[in-house]
Design a protein around this ligand. Structure first.
Ligand code: EPU
Length: 428
């Protein structure tokens, strides 16, 4: 199994291009299922394991996918006929549930393996199912599969989510695009990736209003039409992770390919820690001198502080001047990285959904284990600042959400390499 090896202490500087957003690409690829009459062409598609898993799922369903150039691809779902999302793929990626709404609305049936819990929480999909039931779908659970069917077409409905859910909002929005009549989604998630999905669908003739707000109104259409190629937004979590890398190592980096307005909650915290963040002709620049100051954080739904940046901010607080509390309100078990950071000399204790972090002057390199995608990113940041060598095991998690992370960090001056089988490729 591959490992990452880092030698800490190098100051990062330079320009880095942010890749397309994973969490926008996945629902937009699922939305290709809605295109009965024409292929969908996408630009700025990131090379990530989760994207490959979604493309494999679409191929299994009968769609044809073709790479146009490095970051552009075409998905042709005109001949798509299968409606089963198998366990083998869903267990690799929970976001496979995103095909449920599109399959049900196009074919009136879908069989999708029920995603289990994962390391960060139990992550049920009850909100997705209740909403689709209100639109006329009926579900049974058989052999670990959600089996859904619709008598005729899905019907527009008023959906009032009990809990704000990102992929739940996306699933219902996609289902409502081809449903009969008007759907109103109340307590919708407002994440920028939802706006990106709506923009892509509207470009093909969908009638979605209010994406990015708490109420989304969708007037169903009979079919979608062709559109110009759609360019996927930049990844705000990847961008935030690189900004955090600059802060932890007192660096000076500039990010290209990211809209700074979607990063506001993160840049505000980094500025409170002492970073100087400015927008210039090259992009979003982050300069840092000295140790970060500790800052309390509570994760929240957008526009609040994203749970997907919590682990990265924990390591900044771990080396900060002072003490801080981090409260995780979205997932019940997203502190697995804390124990690994403690193995590197951090002083973090956990009480329920709150982490208490006493900043230490330095972390010391150690062998550590990645447990999920964002925990892996946190350990990379720790390895960048730690004294000596850090070896991170199970880095396959990183490949799910960070495109060419070693290459990008190396270009900024980091000493990071991959250990494959018996030979080492540590950059110097
Ligand atoms: N929830 C329910 N019932 C549901 C749906 C959600 O109880 O039917 C709960 C979840 O268990 C969780 C909370 O509601 O406690 C929020 O979950 P949400 O549905 O919003 O999360 P998600 O849609 O499964 C997406 C991202 C995650 C990101 C969360 C929160 C994608 C593909 N995934 O997940 O991204 O953490 O929203 O912002 O968009 C990541 O990229 O590392 C990642 C985990």
């Amino acid at each position: 199994m591959d490992k990452l090896v880092l030698e800490g202490g190098e100051r990062l500087s330079g320009i880095v291009k942010v890749s397309g957003a994973k969490n926008a690409t996945l629902p937009i690829l699922a939305a290709a299922i809605l295109c009965e009459n024409h292929p969908l062409v996408l630009h700025n598609v990131p090379h990530l394991r989760d994207v490959t898993t979604m493309l494999t799922l679409l191929s299994e369903l009968g769609a044809r996918t073709m790479l146009c150039d490095k970051h552009s691809l075409q998905v042709d779902a005109r001949d798509l006929k299968q409606t089963v999302a198998p366990y083998a793929l869903v267990k690799q990626m929970r976001a496979s549930i995103l095909v449920l709404g599109p399959l049900l609305t196009r074919f009136g049936e879908a069989k999708v393996s029920l995603p289990g819990g994962c390391l960060i929480g139990s992550r049920p999909v009850d909100q997705h199912l209740h909403a689709l039931e209100r639109m006329g779908a009926e579900f049974e659970l058989n052999d670990g599969y959600i089996q859904g069917k619709v008598n005729g077409r899905l019907q527009g409905a008023v959906i009032d989510f009990d809990r704000v859910t990102v992929t739940g909002t996306e699933n219902v929005m996609m289902a409502a695009v081809l449903a009969q009549g008007k759907t109103e989604i109340h307590h919708a998630a407002c994440e920028p990736e939802i706006i990106d999905l709506a923009n892509c669908l509207n470009a093909m003739g969908a009638k979605i209003q209010g994406a990015g707000m708490h109420t989304i109104v969708i007037n169903g259409v009979k079919s979608l039409g062709p559109s110009d190629p759609y360019t996927i937004m930049g990844d705000r979590i990847e961008a935030g992770t690189y900004l955090a890398a600059a802060v932890i190592n007192q660096g000076d980096i500039t990010l290209k390919g990211i809209d700074p307005t979607v990063l506001h909650a993160v840049t505000a915290v980094l500025e409170s820690m002492g970073a100087i963040i400015t927008l210039n002709a090259d992009g979003l620049r982050c300069q840092m001198e000295g140790r970060p100051k500790a800052v309390d954080i509570t994760t929240d739904v957008y526009p609040g502080f994203p749970t997907d940046m919590q682990a990265q901010l924990m390591v900044l607080n771990a080396v900060a001047e002072g003490s801080a509390k981090i409260k995780e309100t979205i997932f019940e078990n997203r502190f697995m990285h804390a124990q690994e950071l403690n193995r590197m000399g951090a002083n973090i204790s956990i009480d329920g959904n709150t982490a208490m972090i006493k900043g230490v002057e330095k972390l010391v390199g150690a062998p550590v284990m990645a447990t999920d995608l964002r925990a892996s990113a946190c350990l990379v940041l720790a390895g960048l600042v730690a004294e000596g060598t850090t070896t991170i095991d199970r880095v396959y998690h990183l490949c799910r959400g960070y495109e060419r992370i070693e290459e990008k960090l190396q270009s900024l001056g980091a000493k990071i390499g991959r250990l494959q089988d018996t030979f080492e490729t540590v950059a110097s």
